[in-house]
Design a protein around this ligand. Structure first.
Ligand code: DGY
Length: 327
C-alpha cells in the first residue's frame, strides 16, 4: 500500500520535486499560511508521514486523530518546540528535524542584528526616508561598537558556536553560558565560561542561542533584565518564549537596557500594534534567521530525507527523539 503523506506547506521546489517523484500519496496544504489546527486534525487523519513547519502544533490529540499507522513526523526546522516530543516518543514515532544546515545563516543574521541594533540602522533609515536627515552632526544616530565589546552567548550549541567564530573578527571578549562547558570553544575561541548572572552583568551584548524548553521558558525575565547593564543590548534569534516579552518592553521603555535586536517573538506573527514595535530602540525582524535561499532549500531537502527514511522504516538521518528508534 502506498503510504499517505500530508505536507503542511509548499516547500522549495527541489524538495517538492523529490516528494512528487516519491512513491507516496501526497497531499500538500496549498495556502500561504499554515492549516488551522482543526483542519490539520482532519487532513492528517490516516497519514503515514507528516511533514510540518514550526507553525504547526503537533500534540497528543493530533497524534490520536492521525492514528496508529503514523510512521514519522518530519519538521523543516531545527527547533521542535511546537511538537510534543514526549507524546511522539510514547507512541514510538520518530521526529525528524534539520540541525546544522541553518547554523551559518542564523549566525550571519545574528551578527547583522547586533550591528543594526547598536548602530541604529532602521531608526536612521526611517528618519532619512521621512525627511529628518538634517546636517551631519557629531552625535547624530550614534551607538556603541560591537568591535572591542564584551559579548555573552547564552547557549553554545551549533548556532552559538557559529556566532562565536564570526565574532573572532571583531576583537570581542567572549563569554558564554551553557548547560555543559565547551572546552574546545574555550581553547580555540578564547570563550570564557561564566554563570548566567555574571554573563548578564558584564556583557555589552547578550545573544540568546539556547533551545526553547520548559527550563528556558522566560530565562530572560524581569530579574535577568535588571542584572544587565543600562548600556547593554539583547539579541534574540532563538525563540520568543526564552524572553519574558512584557518585562522586556518595560526594560526598554525605562532604559534599564539600551536596546534589543529580535528575530523571534511571542506570538508569531507579532501584531503590528504590539508595544515592542512602537519602541525606537527595538530592531525587529519577522523570524528570518534561516531565510537564505540555499539554507531553506537544504532544510527542505533534509526534511524530505527524514520523511522518506521514516516511511521506509530506516533510522532518520536527523532525529530529535533518537531513543525512539525508527521502527
Ligand atoms: C528553526 O529551524 O528552528 C528556525 O527557527 C527556523 O529556521
Amino acid at each position: 500500500m502506498v503510504p499517505k503523506v500530508f505536507v503542511t506547506r509548499r516547500l522549495p521546489e527541489p524538495a517538492m520535486e523529490r516528494l512528487r517523484a516519491a512513491d507516496v500519496a501526497l497531499d500538500i496544504w496549498p495556502e500561504a499560511g499554515p492549516p488551522p489546527y482543526e483542519v490539520l486534525l482532519q487532513r492528517a487523519a490516516g497519514v503515514h508521514g507528516l511533514l510540518t513547519l514550526l507553525t504547526d502544533r503537533v500534540d497528543a490529540p493530533l497524534l490520536d486523530a492521525i492514528g496508529p499507522q503514523l510512521r514519522v513526523i518530519s519538521q523543516m526546522a531545527v527547533g521542535v518546540d511546537n511538537i510534543d516530543l514526549d507524546a511522539c516518543t510514547a507512541r514510538g514515532i520518530p521526529v525528524g528535524h534539520t540541525p546544522g544546515v541553518l547554523s551559518d545563516a542564523v549566525a550571519d543574521l545574528t551578527i547583522g542584528l547586533m550591528i543594526a541594533t547598536a548602530r541604529r540602522f532602521f531608526e536612521a533609515a526611517a528618519d532619512m526616508r521621512a525627511g529628518r536627515w538634517g546636517a551631519w552632526s557629531p552625535m547624530g544616530w550614534v551607538g556603541p561598537d560591537l568591535y572591542g565589546s564584551t559579548v555573552g552567548i547564552v547557549g553554545l550549541g551549533r548556532i552559538g558556536m557559529a556566532v562565536a567564530r564570526r565574532l573572532q573578527g571583531f576583537g570581542v571578549t567572549l563569554l558564554y553560558h551553557n548547560r555543559h562547558r565547551r572546552p574546545e570553544a574555550e581553547a580555540t575561541l578564547a570563550a570564557r565560561y561564566v554563570s548566567l548572572p555574571e554573563l548578564l552583568e558584564t556583557s555589552d551584548f547578550v545573544s540568546l542561542h539556547c533551545p526553547y524548553t520548559p527550563e528556558t521558558h522566560h530565562l530572560i525575565d524581569a530579574q535577568a533584565l535588571a542584572r544587565m547593564k543600562p548600556t547593554a543590548i539583547l539579541i534574540n534569534t532563538a525563540r520568543g518564549g526564552v524572553v519574558d516579552q512584557d518585562a522586556l518592553v518595560d526594560a526598554l521603555r525605562t532604559g534599564q537596557i539600551r536596546a534589543a535586536g529580535l528575530d523571534v517573538f511571542t506570538p508569531e506573527p507579532l501584531p503590528p500594534d504590539h508595544p515592542l514595535l512602537q519602541l525606537p530602540n527595538v530592531t525587529a525582524l519577522p523570524h528570518i534567521g534561516s531565510a537564505s535561499i540555499a539554507t531553506r532549500i537544504r532544510m527542505a531537502q533534509m526534511a524530505v530525507d527524514n520523511l522518506l527514511a521514516g516511511l521506509e522504516g530506516r533510522p532518520l538521518p536527523h532525529c530529535a527523539n533518537p531513543h525512539v528508534g525508527a521502527s
